[in-house]
Write a protein that binds this ligand. Structure first.
Ligand SMILES: CC(C)(COP(=O)(O)OP(=O)(O)OC[C@H]1O[C@@H](n2cnc3c(N)ncnc32)[C@H](O)[C@@H]1OP(=O)(O)O)[C@@H](O)C(=O)NCCC(=O)NCCS
Length: 135
């Protein structure tokens, strides 16, 4: 069953993100987790197997679009439908929050995952994402 994670899950969630190669040295993944739980318009959804956290999806609604970050399934649990289940739960959470559209960024070096998303009906949006740190 998919649930909204709590502060105690930070360490295992970040370990899962590291295993899934989603963390980068310039991002503080633990702070990312904490901020998602602190804001009323975001959370981190998770799925467990026998109490062990084996999948996550961070979701947030910015008032215009629904976003997904840190979709990860433990290597030991891939290919069993958990990634799809997490994306469905993300869709439900964002729809309930009022978001009319769900979108997310995929790092260019991770383009192999596009086949997974294509399978779920997600198609490229062809925008360039610009960014600058303000912290
Ligand atoms: C991407 C990821 C979450 C997929 O999780 P998963 O639990 O293995 O995927 P599922 O088992 O739910 O697959 C769902 C469907 O997609 C298909 N699928 C999964 N991976 C696929 C791939 N690489 N190419 C094509 N189809 C794929 C499955 O066959 C399944 O099809 P079905 O619904 O017909 O049975 C997982 O591989 C992962 O954690 N990767 C590393 C982190 C990552 O890249 N996250 C995305 C960041 S943008």
């Amino acid at each position: 069953m998919i649930e909204a994670l709590g502060g105690d899950d930070a360490k295992t969630a970040v370990a899962l993100w590291q295993e899934a190669d989603l963390t980068r040295p310039w991002n503080d993944a633990t702070a990312d987790f904490r901020r998602a739980l602190e804001s009323p318009s975001s959370t981190v959804l998770g799925i467990r197997d026998g109490g062990r956290l084996v999948g996550t999806a961070m979701v947030g609604y910015d008032g215009h679009r629904g976003w997904v970050y840190y979709l990860a399934v433990a290597k030991s649990h891939r290919g069993r439908g958990l990634g799809k289940e997490l994306m469905t739960a993300a869709e439900h959470w964002l729809k309930a929050a009022g978001a009319p559209k769900i979108q997310f960024m995929v790092r260019t070096e991770n383009d192999a995952v596009l086949a997974f998303y294509d399978h779920l009906g997600y198609i490229p949006q062809y925008c360039v994402v610009l960014g600058r740190r303000i912290d």
